[in-house]
Design a protein around this ligand. Structure first.
Ligand code: SF4
Ligand code: SF4
Length: 222
């Protein structure tokens, strides 16, 4: 899922200083699962914004709501129900949701309430770690299912840099060297010879280095 976390409250209060009516909009997708922008977080943010604006000596009316998703036109259209009742939207969705609102509602002011961070998962309560960088050309079949693009600090494609100590990354000592983990996993699963494969120079255009990416599925388009 996409992992995000709420921005510092002062930053969000700063965005709405000149706004009198705010629609705080959550999303029931990834940001609900990672506790950054679901129904509960909308309620908390609305209270904090009321308090923050009061402290700044300003009046604000806040509408609280949560859409099924903010990355889908069908649900963004649901904002029509509040037409004329808000001056700006504070979106608690990931950056995709904020962009979708901006794309589809050219006259609306929209501000981000969260920092969208990475694609990851939760191995324990309250802790999320990055697992995939959405590179568009997955090579996990060659690396024991562990991603060197997202999980090596240098995104090395042909084995370790040689700087790890005790299996820990030289850049972040609280993180395993993923190339050590790849090696160990390949060895455990009888695929150690895969470590000798030389990855060709990578074409990073599939990773977004050639501009915004798009997928069109002919079997689904009408
Ligand atoms: S190789 Fe690319 S697609 Fe596969 S997990 Fe890593 S970043 Fe994601
Ligand atoms: S120590 Fe390992 S994970 Fe860290 S940068 Fe070097 S190869 Fe990558």
């Amino acid at each position: 899922m996409i992992i995000a976390e709420r921005k510092p409250i002062d930053e969000i209060v700063g965005m709405i200083q000149e706004t009198k009516r705010v629609l705080v909009l959550g999303c029931r997708g990834c940001v609900t699962v990672c506790s950054a922008g679901g129904e509960r977080e909308v309620e908390i943010l609305a209270s904090l914004l009321r308090l923050g604006m009061k402290k700044a000596g300003k009046k604000v009316e806040i509408i609280e709501s949560t859409l099924v998703r903010q990355c889908d036109k069908e649900y963004i259209d649901g904002i029509d129900q509040w037409e004329g009742k808000y001056d700006a939207i504070v979106s608690m969705a990931c950056g995709v949701g904020v962009n979708f609102i901006a794309n589809l509602r050219p006259l609306d002011k929209v501000y981000p309430a969260v920092n969208t961070s990475f694609f990851g998962g939760s191995a324990e309560q309250g802790v999320w770690t990055e697992q995939c960088a959405g590179c568009g050309n997955c090579i996990l079949h060659l690396t024991g299912g562990l991603c060197p693009v997202a999980r090596c600090a240098k995104s090395l494609m042909n084995g370790p840099c040689g700087g790890s100590v005790g299996g820990r990354c030289e850049i972040h000592q609280d993180v395993d060297c993923i190339w050590q983990s790849i090696h160990d996993r390949l060895a455990r699963t009888g695929k150690k010879a895969d470590m000798d494969l030389i990855a060709p120079i990578r074409d990073w255009s599939s990773a977004g280095h050639g501009g915004p990416r798009k997928i069109v599925r002919d079997d689904l388009t009408v």
